[in-house]
Design a protein around this ligand. Structure first.
Ligand code: NAD
Length: 338
């Protein structure tokens, strides 16, 4: 019998989890929950879980459910994650694990106390340009990584039209959390010192109180350095919704990744000029493929086969420490030591 999963939060990204569970032969989509009844009813009609609810406590009270995804907005992960751990469910939490160090520690402690698995959905560890980069490092092909220059940006569509809660968050939480996890994973090291600069003008002018961009330097403990750009005001006339590039310089070699403008497919129609998604979660004859669902299929395997997830609660905590340090560095104009 397939293992039973639940999803709490069925908004923009919750739908990715619904696709993955409903298409995974090892999983059964048992129950989905959103406090927005109209939305959860619509999702239930499309993804056909056994049950739906607007109260996550009702989902957690179902003893036949083994594990849950938590896909609520960033600042709301703690309450649901701790309740899930207390109910004995294994937990996949969307990134960032939480927006304070204290919240992360409380979630990790609850998972440990209740002996449940905890994974943070840093899905770029399943993104093939980066898994290949990591493989090249592990094979010794480029020597020890020295410098990473990484840009992960969104068009202005994301904070103005896609996310209803952008003004309560920042592009550092939304995108630099991914970038920081990648940098930690590729260097195989923790961050020692953080310097960051941000500017607020365009989004503020539109009434969304969040910075336009952050430019951040991370010094790693073993000496590596990363320079990261995260911007939320790229033109929405761009052919992709995000702009994702990396340069990695090792002692003996260099790698360049272009994850957004690879032009594998270019579409020019009366309506638009775009590079359609062929990599994140395209549909192939009725089945969703791509790294964003691959991370969730991997999580299903961790639960079903009792494996230790590749991305841990500790990884989530380390990233949250860095993003908090970025905010402090921006506020004080000073470097922040971790
Ligand atoms: N991995 C990625 O690349 C990626 C991309 C987008 C979003 N995310 C993350 O996913 C999470 C959700 O983001 P989103 O864009 O889907 O936001 P969203 O606003 O579209 O969806 C969040 C949903 O959670 C629901 N919700 C809030 N509190 C709830 C509660 N107590 N019980 C039940 N439902 C509740 C809301 O009604 C909403 O429908 C965030 O942490 C975000 O950072 C990750």
């Amino acid at each position: 019998m397939a293992t039973r999963f639940g999803v709490i939060g069925t908004g923009v990204w919750g739908e990715t989890h619904l696709k993955a569970y409903s298409e995974d032969p090892l999983a059964e989509l048992a129950c989905i929950c959103d406090k927005d009844e109209k939305l959860v009813r619509r999702r239930a009609r499309q993804y056909k879980p056994q049950k739906w609810t607007t109260d996550y406590r009702e989902l957690l009270a179902d003893d036949t459910i083994a594990a849950v995804s938590i896909v609520t907005p960033d600042p709301l992960h703690r309450e649901v994650a701790i309740a899930a751990a207390e109910a004995g469910k294994h937990i996949l939490v969307e990134k960032p694990l939480a927006t304070t160090v204290e919240d992360c520690e409380a979630i990790i402690a609850a998972a440990k106390k209740n002996k449940v698995k905890l994974m943070v959905d840093f899905h770029n560890r399943f993104n093939t340009p980066f898994t290949e980069t990591r493989a090249a490092i592990d094979a010794g092909e480029i020597g020890e990584p020295q410098l990473i220059v990484l840009r992960l940006n969104d068009t202005i569509y994301v904070p103005t039209k896609m996310l209803s809660w952008a003004g309560k968050s920042t592009v550092a939480w939304f995108l630099c959390s991914h970038a920081t996890d990648l940098v930690r994973w590729l260097f195989d090291d923790d961050v020692k010192r953080v310097y960051s600069v941000a500017r607020s003008k365009v989004l503020k002018g539109l009434g969304i109180n969040t910075p336009d961009f952050f430019v951040t330097t991370l010094e790693m403990r073993k000496g590596g350095v990363a320079n990261i750009e995260n911007c939320w005001i790229m033109s929405d006339r761009m052919p992709t919704i995000f702009d994702f590039k990396m340069e990695l310089v090792g002692e003996k070699g260099t790698l360049f990744a272009d994850v957004s403008s690879h032009r594998m497919l270019q579409k020019f129609s009366k309506k638009e000029a775009v590079y359609p998604d062929v990599h994140c979660q395209p549909d192939v004859h009725g089945k969703t493929v791509g790294f964003t669902v691959e991370a969730i299929h991997y999580w299903v395997r961790c639960v079903v086969e009792d494996l230790e997830p590749l991305v841990t609660g500790q990884d989530g905590l380390e990233v949250t420490k860095v993003i908090c340090a970025i905010e402090e560095s921006v506020r004080t104009g000073q470097p922040v030591d971790l």
